[in-house]
Design a binder for this molecule. Structure first.
Ligand SMILES: [Zn+2]
Length: 293
């Protein structure tokens, strides 16, 4: 059954692979602070040889008759690259510390269970390839979505929700929140939570501030909006490459991994799952591990 489903998807998805590689959308433009910043979407030069390969080094055995640029991978190629995982353990929620009247602030769930958490932000590039990959992978993910960025195609994310993705808050307009006063921060967080709740039937309970930047007003505003915890990350994935925030260079139990809906979604998604697999971990749902008292 799986094979025939894969084949039936292939004709549609083959065309989409090329489309995905040329899509670019500047969702994360804004003031940059180094190191802690959420990665901006790359400026894609569609005339350049855009290699979707996550491999950092070219194959030495490449045929000399082959074009210098590797042909783009098809969706079937990416589907074949998806690692498989053992079932995630029964989740044990973790009581996250937070100050009174403030949301918790977390970059890693303090758990010893062999799990990691994949989070996908913004919602700029809405590729059918992402739906195919998430359907095939069958893993839980949390989507931090910006309402202005997704409002042109809300059903796209409903499809992902139907596949098990949980939609959480990433503001209305993706501002640098720390440049806003409490009232404006609160509006960005509350209004987007309300919209997402009305669009998808579930009001978000956690959030990620754009660029991962927050101050005390952010945590107060989030709490006042019913958002119990904000999430930073331990790894980011961009253009098929996993970047670690710690010197361990290995995903640790409880780590939160950040990627985006970008042109290289397929490369990033496969790279993230391989990094989780290589660490001996299994993707689990972030919301299952969050307990706030
Ligand atoms: Zn973002």
């Amino acid at each position: 059954v799986a094979a025939s489903r894969t084949r039936s998807r292939r004709t549609k998805l083959g065309r989409l692979a090329a489309a995905v590689s040329v899509l670019a959308l500047a969702a994360c433009s804004g003031p940059a602070s180094l190191q802690r910043v959420e990665f901006r979407p790359p400026v894609v030069d569609v005339t350049a040889s855009d290699s979707p390969s996550p491999s950092p080094t070219p194959s030495p055995s490449a045929s000399p008759t082959r074009s210098p640029a590797s042909p783009p991978r098809s969706i079937a190629d990416y589907l074949a690259m998806l690692p498989t995982f053992p079932p995630a353990p029964a989740p044990i929620a973790v009581d996250l510390p937070h100050a009174a009247g403030r949301a918790a602030w977390i970059s890693r769930i303090p758990t010893s269970q062999p799990v990691a958490f994949l989070t996908i932000d913004d919602g700029a590039v809405k590729s059918p390839a992402a739906i195919a990959l998430m359907r095939a992978a069958g893993i839980p993910v949390t989507l931090f979505l910006t309402t202005n960025i997704i409002s042109d195609n809300k059903p796209y994310f409903a499809q992902l929700q139907d596949l098990g993705a949980v939609i959480e808050d990433h503001t209305i307009s993706h501002p640098e929140l720390i440049n806003l006063d409490y009232a404006h921060q609160r509006n960005e967080l509350c209004h987007s939570a309300d919209l997402l709740g009305s669009w998808y039937g579930r009001r978000p309970v956690i959030f990620r501030p754009p660029y991962g930047d927050k101050n005390d007003d952010t945590l107060r505003a989030a709490w006042d909006c019913g958002l119990k915890a904000g999430f930073f990350w331990k790894e980011t994935v961009d253009k098929g490459k996993v970047r670690y925030q710690t010197a361990l260079h290995k995903v640790q139990p409880g780590d939160i991994i950040l990627m985006h809906f970008r042109p290289a979604f397929a490369d990033d998604f496969v790279a993230a799952l391989k990094a989780i697999k290589d660490a001996g971990l299994t993707p689990a749902l972030l919301e299952d591990y969050v307990l706030i008292n």
